[in-house]
Design a protein around this ligand. Structure first.
Ligand code: CTP
Length: 451
């Protein structure tokens, strides 16, 4: 039985050594992923003769590491990055030779090197011929790994072996190995949140479903404020940025609610769409989503406010069409700041949703910095709408990402989809961090939400 999500947000290194049971490691990788883990494959040179790197790379979306001397494309040392970022290293299958190397600290392959360098829990599942496993040398090595190094040993099982004999030495059932990984990690905090501190993914490969199980609310497009039944005050928003975010979130496995004002682009089919016209209607749609579930539980994980919301509206919209006259003076009143209001409500929900605002500016970023603080959002996406290729109606954007708790990031000119993906990288990492904190049982977690 699998318990989806027990390794959600975790980064697990899977060490494969040269035993015939290496073919089972491919399925183990899948089972770790099914629990929500991102997996990095590490192989000894002999393991590469049993299982192809291509198989592991295609499934993990990460370059498999088999050369202890290799550097990552950015010059970092691969097995050290893995050692420093992995939440666990699981070696399955572990051969007699590898157990001997590990017991003696001989770091000639990427797996022993990573194990020596890590402070993460290590889980070892031996697999070999029965006599080899029973040999005092192997037994001494296993004992040393367990008793002196503190590694979890998932004992092999009895059954038919590759030699044709029957005995102890079959790799443990994969479910037992997954269980041992979950137990060894326990409620430790996630060690490296997000991509930057982990070894890189394969370039151009789709991201994993890192928003699987998340509910993301996106607002897109402009609002229209009625002057009379036929005329309105609107803005130049096309909705492209918000729709790109909704599509990108869908592709990463999220459930997406899209609240759309006036837009010039098609809305994706698979999202839950609420159409609104005015700021007041958008406010009602947001209030509905913000309603807490039982015991104050949030009904969504993040709100991304990409909509261009009117700042002013006619104080008294005419009920009948206004007639042509010599002049018309409109009496405008300010609209409520929906995002700032949503922040106040959302802070009382648990788990606290991540809140993202947008700021269309012309000129300096100072106002955006002030807006980040005034609205109380976690992230603010600021773009200069006066710049060519950025802002309303374009397919590209140059933005600066401001964070309440991190340095500003100026991104190059990117397509709106690329901006959406980068933003969701940050969001996914923050959600994982949020849940990582929740798992540690911090004292400010309300009692009723502690599990
Ligand atoms: N926003 C909102 N309600 C409003 C106006 C804006 O929720 N009445 C949201 C927008 O969706 C956006 C963020 O607030 O995510 C910033 O919008 P922006 O128009 O740049 O900021 P304002 O607060 O309107 O400030 P100003 O117009 O003075 O720049």
């Amino acid at each position: 039985m699998t318990h989806a999500g027990r390794l959600s947000g975790r980064f697990v290194a899977l060490g494969i050594t040269g035993s015939i049971a290496a073919y089972k490691s491919v399925e183990l990788l899948r089972q770790l992923q099914a629990e929500g883990a991102e997996v990095q494959a590490l192989l000894t040179p002999t393991a590469t003769r049993f299982v192809a790197l291509l198989t592991l790379e295609a499934l993990s979306h990460r370059p498999a590491e088999s050369d202890v001397m290799a550097l990552l494309p950015d010059g970092r040392i691969g097995h050290i990055v893995t050692a420093d970022s992995a939440d666990a290293i699981v070696v399955a299958p572990a051969t007699a030779h590898w157990l001997g190397a590990m017991a003696n600290g001989l770091a000639a392959d990427v797996i022993t090197a990573a194990c020596l360098a890590t402070s993460a829990p290590v889980i070892v599942a031996p697999a070999m011929d029965g006599d080899m496993y029973a040999h005092p040398a192997t037994q001494a090595n296993v004992t040393r790994l367990r008793d002196q190094f503190g590694y979890t040993i998932v004992e092999p099982e009895t059954g038919p072996l590759a030699s044709g004999q029957t005995g102890v030495g079959r790799l443990a059932e994969l479910a037992r190995i997954v269980e041992a990984v979950v137990t060894a990690i326990g409620d430790r905090p996630i060690r490296a949140v997000g991509d930057a501190d982990r070894p890189p993914r394969l370039a151009g490969r789709p991201r994993d479903a890192d928003l699987d199980g998340r509910h993301i609310v996106v607002t897109a497009g402009g609002t229209r404020e009625a002057i009379d039944p036929v005329r309105f005050i609107g803005n130049r928003s096309s909705g492209k940025m918000g729709v790109a975010i909704a599509e990108a979130a869908l592709d990463r496995g999220a459930r997406v609610s899209l609240i759309a004002g006036s837009v010039e682009v098609a809305l994706p089919d698979a999202v839950e769409i609420t159409r609104v016209e005015s700021t007041a209607e958008l406010g009602v749609a947001l209030a509905t989503l913000l309603q807490a579930g039982p015991a104050g539980r949030a009904g969504f994980d993040a709100l991304i406010m990409a909509a261009a919301v009117a700042d002013f509206r006619p104080r008294h919209p005419a009920r009948a069409k206004l007639r042509r006259g010599s002049a018309l003076t409109l009496d405008l009143e300010p609209t409520p700041d929906l995002l700032a209001e949503a922040v106040v409500v959302a802070r009382h929900l648990w788990p606290t949703p991540i809140l993202v605002g947008f700021a269309a500016e012309t000129g300096s970023l100072e106002r955006a910095v002030e807006k980040l603080q005034r609205k109380g959002v976690d992230l603010l996406v600021a773009n200069d709408v006066a710049e060519a290729g950025s802002g309303f109606g374009t397919d590209t954007n140059r933005i600066t990402l401001l964070a309440a708790d991190a340095a500003a990031e100026a991104w190059p000119l990117l397509t709106k989809r690329e901006v959406a993906d980068r933003l969701l990288d940050r969001l996914a990492a923050r959600l994982d961090a949020r849940d990582g904190v929740a798992q540690t049982g911090r004292s400010d977690v309300p009692q009723e939400f502690r599990s």
